[in-house]
Design a protein around this ligand. Structure first.
Ligand SMILES: NC(=O)C1=CN([C@@H]2O[C@H](COP(=O)(O)OP(=O)(O)OC[C@H]3O[C@@H](n4cnc5c(N)ncnc54)[C@H](OP(=O)(O)O)[C@@H]3O)[C@@H](O)[C@H]2O)[C@@H](O)CC1
Ligand SMILES: Nc1ncnc2c1ncn2[C@@H]1O[C@H](COP(=O)(O)OP(=O)(O)O)[C@@H](O)[C@H]1O
Ligand SMILES: [K+]
Length: 557
């Protein structure tokens, strides 16, 4: 697992390194700027070729694009970069990038969105260093929208554009920025070729992955998405939360993390982690254990015509390694279920008394309630299941059944429980927290899905897994992790009916095997995405459990 930092955590790490005398802020800025250039050349090796920025294929004059024949005959020209620098240290990194590219023979134009006199000290030094090499345009002095050497024209014809306007210091509503800064956000940045964001695309809050909105009435600016759309984002030391949650991933393009020589992140409870590959020994079965040594899961089903979801969970629980899985079926669905199952077992669970009787078997060590269950049955059975104090997953109907009285549910939950809401279920159980999360943010750092999940887990007193492409998992003590299904782990085919039921089954199966709730939720979420990637396009929920053998084999289980 690697850390996903907030801006404040990054500042603490940076400040500690500076205070220890190991490094200066200026050295960090130099490494950051050079790291950006290195990442650019790794991403587009054609920009790094030996002729030091001279190429007839990529570079034309600053003017309009020449006709093909003209381009063919044209003399090689320097590659061209536009660097947009903001008023803080992100801008400072931009000046370093400008200098390094210029030293390699590039034609570089730098725009400063801010007042040079007010730049922070390290950024100011790099501004001065750049000033010895090239000029600086102040956007408010140039005629941005005409066709004569304007910023817009330059951006759209440059070989590379660097966004160093705002990084982790984005703190205020963009409506409060001076019109000169605003002009940078008023561009269709998605259409700019090779737009590289330094640290984070400007306008994206690095803690929440949200874009900060503006008060459109106050500014007269049209509503829109006020952030740069990067093709590549180069960040430093560790990825930030905003690279993996909310709309951040959609705006970052691709994220590369460059080492700038800072020490390892000290373990601290407030630091959130990206879930990585589980260790194979955790998932191996003991060579001597019998089936009961791997636990016995009970999955409660819905009535006639509603049993499919629980069957998906059961298949997931079995494949992930539970020794036995039993489906608890109401009488109306017994025939239906019997004709569908082979490996899972079945037992009749009619109502609260029926469940109490079944739970007298203490070998049933993990329970799953919710998938396809129906809210009425869930209201009756959830209290019995929770009173039995077994490891318990509550999903789907077992959550929605308590939307009128979430406090009544919270009073019964215990620390062996895992709640797995999707966005809609989260709103029903935690309406005030969801309202904060869904508010359009105007200030940074904005309230994030990580904040919301932590708050929900604390209130519920158990692990909460808040689903989505950015699944966030938290426990009541504040431990938190993100299962990011973005970038090379993008798994859009998981958005299919029943995939959440399989996830609930994976968690239940791992709980049956003795995993702690947080570890079960994290491991299951990671495996779930791996199964989707293993299968690829065309995936439906039934396919997910069937990929586990291949995923386990790759892990060396
Ligand atoms: N930490 C590290 O280890 C390293 C950090 N490095 C780099 O430093 C970056 C962080 O620098 P930073 O803290 O100076 O913040 P940055 O993003 O440049 O912006 C701050 C400026 O913007 C202003 N401002 C904010 N919001 C605004 C708004 N809505 N509208 C208008 N203005 C607004 C804000 O004004 P203020 O709110 O203070 O009045 C201030 O002037 C980081 O992303 C990375 O690139 C690397 O060099 C090396 C290692
Ligand atoms: N675009 C996506 N990318 C990655 N994972 C996704 C995406 N959309 C949904 N998922 C995952 O798929 C599952 C869907 O669960 P849920 O909404 O409960 O569906 P269902 O109720 O049909 O089973 C969750 O684990 C969620 O994280
Ligand atoms: K930036």
């Amino acid at each position: 697992m690697t850390e996903l930092l907030t801006a404040a955590q990054m500042r603490v790490i940076e400040q500690a390194a500076i205070d220890s005398g190991e490094v200066t802020g200026l050295e960090l800025m130099e490494r950051a700027g050079r790291g950006v250039v290195e990442a650019i050349f790794e991403e587009w090796p054609e920009l790094a070729e030996e002729h030091h920025g001279l190429t007839p294929d990529l570079a034309t004059d600053w003017g309009p694009t020449p006709e093909p024949l003209e381009a063919f005959n044209a003399e090689p020209r320097p590659l061209r970069a536009v660097v947009l620098c903001g008023p803080g240290n992100n801008g400072g990194d931009g000046f370093v990038v400008a200098r390094v590219l210029k030293e390699r023979g590039w034609a570089v134009e730098v725009f400063l969105y801010g007042n040079a006199e007010k730049l922070p000290p390290d950024a100011r030094v790099n501004y001065e260093r750049w000033s010895g090499l090239g000029g600086i345009c102040h956007p408010w002095l140039s005629t941005i929208y005409d066709n004569d050497g304007d910023l817009r024209g330059k951006l759209f014809s440059a070989d590379l554009t660097i966004d160093a306007v705002f990084g982790t210091g984005l703190s205020r509503d963009l409506g409060s920025v001076h019109a000169d800064v605003w002009s940078a956000f008023d561009l269709d940045t998605g259409a700019i070729c090779r737009l590289v964001a330094v640290d984070v695309p400007s306008g994206v809050c690095s803690d929440s992955g949200e874009t900060l909105d503006i008060d459109c009435r106050a500014t007269g600016v049209d509503e829109g998405l006020f952030a740069f759309q990067a093709e590549l984002t180069v960040t430093f030391h560790r990825a930030k939360l905003g690279h993996h949650i909310a709309v951040g991933p959609a705006l970052c393009g691709k994220v590369v993390v460059k080492d700038i020589g800072l020490p390892r992140v000290p373990a601290a409870p407030g630091i959130c982690r990206a879930i990585g590959e589980p260790l194979a020994p955790w998932l191996r079965k003991s060579s001597t254990g019998h089936k009961f040594a791997n636990g016995h899961a009970l999955i409660l089903t819905g009535g006639f015509g509603k049993t499919g979801a629980a069957r998906l969970s059961a298949r997931g629980a079995l494949r992930v390694g539970a020794g036995l899985v039993t489906l608890g079926v109401p009488p109306s669905a017994q025939m239906e279920m019997a004709s569908h199952i082979t490996a899972p077992m079945m037992t009749r669970v009619e109502g609260a008394e029926g469940l109490k009787a079944v739970l007298e078997d203490v070998r049933l060590n993990a329970l799953c309630l919710g998938p396809g269950m129906g809210q009425e049955r869930a209201r009756e059975l959830v209290p019995v299941a929770l009173a039995a104090k077994r490891a318990t997953v509550l999903d789907a109907d077992a959550l929605s059944a308590f939307s009128d009285e979430p406090e009544a549910l919270f009073a019964q939950l215990h620390e062996q429980c895992v709640l797995t809401p999707h966005g809609g279920e989260f709103v029903r159980l935690f309406p005030d927290i969801a309202a904060k999360l869904n508010e359009v943010p105007t200030k940074g750092p904005a309230y994030s899905k990580v904040d919301a999940t932590r708050e929900a887990a604390k209130r519920a007193g158990c692990v909460v897994l808040f689903k989505g492409p950015d699944t966030v998992i938290a426990d009541p003590k504040g431990r938190c992790s993100v299962n990011s299904a973005h970038y090379d782990r993008a798994a859009p085919w998981l958005a299919t009916a029943g995939s959440g039921d399989v996830l609930a089954g994976f968690i239940t199966g791992l709980l049956a095997r003795g995993f702690a709730p947080m570890q079960a939720a994290e491991t299951a979420a990671w495996l779930h995405v791996e199964c989707a990637l293993e299968f690829g396009p065309g995936l439906i929920a039934e396919d997910l459990p069937e990929q586990l053998p291949a995923v386990f084999r790759k892990l060396g289980v």
